[in-house]
Design a protein around this ligand. Sequence first.
Ligand SMILES: [Zn+2]
Length: 433
Amino acid sequence: MPAEHVPDRAELRKRVQPRSAFPLPADPDRLVAAIAIDGSRLTERVRDGLPSVVYGYAQTAAAYVDLGAMETQRAERFVDPHALDKAVNSALVSFDLPCAGAYERVGLDITTSWRHAIDRIFRSKRVEVNNLNKTLLDLLMLLHGTPGSQAARVPVNCPHDGCREEDVPVAAAAAAPTGQPCPSCGHALFTTDVLRVHEEVVEEGTNESALSRLMSVAELLVLVGLATLLWDQHRRDLLPSTLFIVDGPLAMYGPPAKLRKRALDYFQAMASTTPGPGPFVVGVEKTGATVDYARALVRNGVLEPGDLLTVDTYVLSYVTNTSSVSAYGKETYWGRKFIYRSMDGRVLVPTVVPATGAPYDTTGGLPDPASYPTLAATLDVFDRTGSSMYQDGIIPVALAHGKAAFPIGVGTDVLRLVARHKLGMVRSPFPAT
Ligand SMILES: [Zn+2]
């Protein structure tokens, strides 16, 4: 039975609210800017004769879009990419590491090599924009603290074979190779072990899923960094008038899933100290069961333009094709899903952060739109940023994606050459740096 089977129309309509139930904010309160965040990753087999040697790249881009300038362009018959580009400022964090069949240095197994690589990346890669100049490690400590105040330590489970030590407080300074000794086994613990990305690393395989987790973490940290920058320096003007849009749901899957709770706590703490309902943070899901289901609802005429569908237990049981949805999302999501059909007919699956409380829990969580004071202004931005250029797209996300995506063809050849150079497999065509 296809998951997108559409259930009882009358039952669904009870869960629909029209756009008019979320009145437009008064003009001075409408959001004037959007910051979209998107990441992409790529793995390359380094040389044809060595198919097991895989090198990985990932990057995360943030695009700041002036919504006023963008709307002026939309009003034109054809969008001028150059004018649109001028309305956008972007920032980028990129990193690379040996994923499989190659190692950070001599004598490390693949899991340890990943732990060393993540430590290196988090110490050296910075989000540099305006007055924000923080390493990924700084941002990780911030996420484990409160807005404006980094945690001094994070709880780490010892990754060494046979050791069961859990939640060891590890300071931000515990760097590879020496780290901080585990109180039980004495082996080195690194601050970034808190992410547990290494738990997904395997001896045989390309480790693309681990790279994907690492990229999701980087996306979240870029969001944390930029939101905190506005919270710190523009709490009364820019922060309450900017929508942060993450490409993908507000969720963290796999071993780093515990960051879900950190993210929820962090942004709720920020909301309690920001004037108005902000900060405005939304994730937009582009693929997956809920998106397929949402499109099926539109095809079947269930959702009109401007309709917002509450995704409660009833709807979730159809999306997931099971009656036991009580645990759905509670370990992974830090926002709640809705299904929205924009005024120009696009289908969007946003996830939105509740002002207080958990979006999902074992008793059904918070499906009611009333728990989401940022929703009205967010839907308003969705309605203002549609584009026929992208199916069910929103312009800021498309722009961020354009900045984050790796160019195909020549671009990947260059990355492969760089990987061979970094692994010492080729005489460098580039001057040594
Ligand atoms: Zn240990």
